[in-house]
Design a binder for this molecule. Structure first.
Ligand code: PGA
Length: 256
């Protein structure tokens, strides 16, 4: 089965609305209609409405970095799936390592967010990954299995088939230290096998699983050449249109 790669740019806490406009206006003329992959930008909340309007009817999709578990209510500072949808978001990150490790999102919270995203009509990109000490202790697959089991609790196959997963080893995020293509392939193969065991082989075959963690223009093609890697979740290198597009082009070469 051919899975269409996705290159997603997670801007984290970067870019004002004016900077968002400048990025998108520089990006769009360079986006080739014949692109071999899906393109997704994930700005901060304060830029989503503007980005949604600028990206409407273009080939570039919009995602959010997080969401609250409830559709509305007394949750000061929180944003719901419905609000994201109204800004033009089709995707949302769930369980990014910074949410888990900096903001303390538990497995139960991440599971509730995954289900809230699905219920709200958004496509979740569910993030998993081990810390460096867990890799050193050879616990990588146990950590991934745990995060997947907790994260997908009470998620039916019909719902899981719409989810993307991003494997992002915590030690590779923002450090310049990328997982080797073999390390990334092995972890993503493990995740795909988990999905096959939990759901069905065909669901697992169709599921897009991205790699994230210090993806740059010079390593994107080699990562993308791995049989189970279906694109990249890019942080730092997604902040400039040039490097983001170089990754998109490199991924296209890796995919072909
Ligand atoms: P990075 O971030 O590319 O800057 O390592 C990736 C991510 O956190 O999604």
């Amino acid at each position: 089965m051919t899975r269409r790669p996705m290159i997603a740019g997670n801007w984290k806490m970067n870019k004002t609305p004016a900077e968002t406009r400048a990025f998108i206006e520089a990006l769009l003329p360079q986006v080739d209609a014949e692109l071999a992959c899906d393109l997704l930008v994930i700005p901060p909340y304060t830029s989503l409405d503007l980005a949604g309007r600028l990206l409407a009817d273009t080939g570039v999709r919009l995602g959010a970095q997080d969401l609250h578990t409830s559709p509305s209510g007394a949750f000061t500072g929180a944003i719901s799936a419905g609000m994201l949808d109204a800004c033009g978001c089709a995707y949302v990150l769930v369980g990014h390592s910074e949410r888990r490790h900096v903001f303390g999102d538990s497995d139960a919270t991440v599971n509730a967010k995954l289900r809230a995203a699905i219920a709200g009509g958004l496509t979740p990109i569910f993030c998993v990954g081990e810390r460096s000490e867990q890799r050193a202790a050879e616990q990588t697959t146990a950590v991934l299995a745990h995060q997947l089991t907790e994260g997908f609790a009470e998620v039916a196959a019909t719902e899981a088939s719409d989810v993307l997963i991003a494997y992002e080893p915590v030690w590779a995020i923002g450090t310049g230290e990328t997982a080797s293509p073999d390390q990334a392939q092995d972890a993503i193969r493990f995740i795909r096998n988990w999905v096959a065991d939990q759901y069905t082989a065909s669901l697992a075959e169709g599921m897009r699983i991205l790699y994230g963690g210090s993806v740059k223009p010079n390593n994107a093609a080699e990562l993308q050449r791995q049989p189970d890697i279906d694109g990249a979740l890019v942080g730092g290198a997604s902040l400039e249109p040039e490097s983001f597009l170089q990754i998109v082009q490199a991924a296209g070469r890796g995919a072909s």
